[in-house]
Design a protein around this ligand. Structure first.
Ligand SMILES: C[S@@+](CC[C@H](N)C(=O)[O-])C[C@H]1O[C@@H](n2cnc3c(N)ncnc32)[C@H](O)[C@@H]1O
Length: 402
């Protein structure tokens, strides 16, 4: 995007980056907070700030390759200036903050550093190596590149309240252009970024924002109206709400998590969506044991590394640590082993993650089946961002056979 040479926009960008990189804040929340902080910014100003911040979070390592020094709170302006200096079509404003910017030097350093592919694709070395090792070179390079582009905004129509065509028409009346996605039965994609949360349609629960890949998970569980379904890692309920729509609000969904605040948010969303068949339950020491053999269906939307959704959360590239990956694999194995008993004999389980790493996905499931002969793998699938254009997900369907 062309530079908008206004100092207050650049101050917004540098402050936001500082909070993301050095105060541990999440990129999406920080961008939202910055955009709310100045009511006078128009749509173009907002787009410039949001796009520049996301680009810089995504391309941090590549930009550092062109800088004389690493990124620090002291070098944030140089970091932003270097990013624009890498593009010959951009002209930096002649402010003192950009006085150190030397285009020729930057390009020279950039050409040298980008010979390292992890720098060129802007990933930390350890992450690049783990992914190369797990996915192989061809697959990982394609995914690394796909996850460096901006994520589209996709809505899931709430079929308890309306249908896709009606939603599309209502949004069109607000000059919000959308397209229907033929491979995803309830998905509507925005053609341009806009603050969709301000619309009456959102306030009235006609849709939720949910990536197209994520929309494949609930239907994979083959729920039917009247069933008793447990959503074991429900979080704020993205998939719980989808399950409720598929069940036409009939039967019972028990939405569980280890964090009460997430379940509170789930309740708020359920009421906006007119979802009436969900009961929330906080997971405590004996909760899971007590629920053995009670469910027709079990969704395990497991906590994971998020290595399929980096284009939506590019800051995770820099925040994720190898030790966390080890920990999360243990948690996944524990959840699968302990929670699988909740389903009745003949019942179905979906184990899903928003990661494309086999060690969090098919390898976890294989290990579980090997150790638990009462369960059978029916099918599984990984959705790769490079193939779908949406977030990466894994899902497996497991039957309890004895
Ligand atoms: C991928 S997120 C769930 C997203 C959610 N299903 C949705 O669609 O919005 C994983 C969730 O697992 C929860 N979690 C972490 N450890 C858990 C555990 N031991 N048992 C149950 N849930 C757990 C996290 O709090 C988080 O909300």
């Amino acid at each position: 995007m062309k530079i908008l040479p206004y100092k207050n926009l650049f101050i917004g960008i540098t402050d936001t980056l500082n909070n993301i990189f050095f105060e541990g804040k999440y990129a999406d929340k920080e961008v939202e907070r910055t955009l709310k902080s100045n009511k006078l910014w128009g749509a173009r100003d907002r787009a410039f700030i949001a796009e520049t911040v996301y680009d810089l979070v995504r391309w941090k390592r590549l930009v550092e390759g062109g800088m004389a020094r690493p990124l620090s709170p002291e070098t944030i302006w140089e970091f932003v200036g270097t990013w624009f200096a890498l593009d010959p079509d951009q002209k930096l404003p002649s402010w003192e903050e950009f006085a150190r910017i030397n285009h020729k030097e930057i390009l020279k350093r950039h050409h040298e550093s980008a010979k390292n592919i992890a720098v060129a694709e802007s990933y930390p070395d350890w992450m690049f190596e783990v992914c190369l090792d797990e996915l192989g070179k061809n697959r990982w390079i394609e995914e690394a590149q796909a996850m460096n582009s901006a994520a589209p905004t996709v809505l899931r129509v709430n079929t308890l309240k309306t249908d896709r065509k009606t939603l599309q028409k209502l949004l069109k009346e607000r000059s919000i252009k959308t397209k229907l996605l033929s491979l995803y039965q309830d998905a509507v994609e925005l053609e341009e970024k806009t603050n969709i949360f301000r619309t009456d349609e959102f306030q009235n629960g006609f849709f939720e924002v949910q990536d197209a890949g994520s929309q494949m998970i609930a239907p994979y569980l083959r729920v039917e109206p009247g069933m008793r379904v447990v959503d074991a890692c429900a979080g704020a309920g993205g998939k719980t709400l989808h399950l409720a729509s598929l069940m036409k609000n009939k039967g019972q969904i028990i939405a569980m998590d280890i964090h009460e605040w997430k379940l509170k948010e789930l309740k708020r969303r359920a009421s906006r969506n007119d979802v009436q068949n969900v009961q929330t339950r906080l997971i405590e020491a004996k909760t899971i044991k007590k629920m053995a053999n009670t469910a027709d269906r079990l969704l395990i939307d497991a906590p994971c590394s998020g290595m399929g959704v980096l284009r939506r959360n590019p800051d995770a590239k820099w925040k994720l640590q190898p030790a966390f990956l080890d920990e999360i694999r243990k948690t996944q194995a524990m959840i699968l082993n302990d929670y699988a008993k909740v389903v009745k004999v003949g019942g179905l389980i979906v184990y899903a993650t928003c990661s494309i790493l086999p060690s969090e996905n098919e390898k976890q499931v294989q290990k579980f089946i090997e150790n638990n002969p009462n369960y059978k793998l029916i099918s599984d699938k990984t959705y790769y961002p490079s193939e779908t254009g949406y977030d990466g997900f894994y899902m497996s369907l497991i039957e309890r056979i004895a």
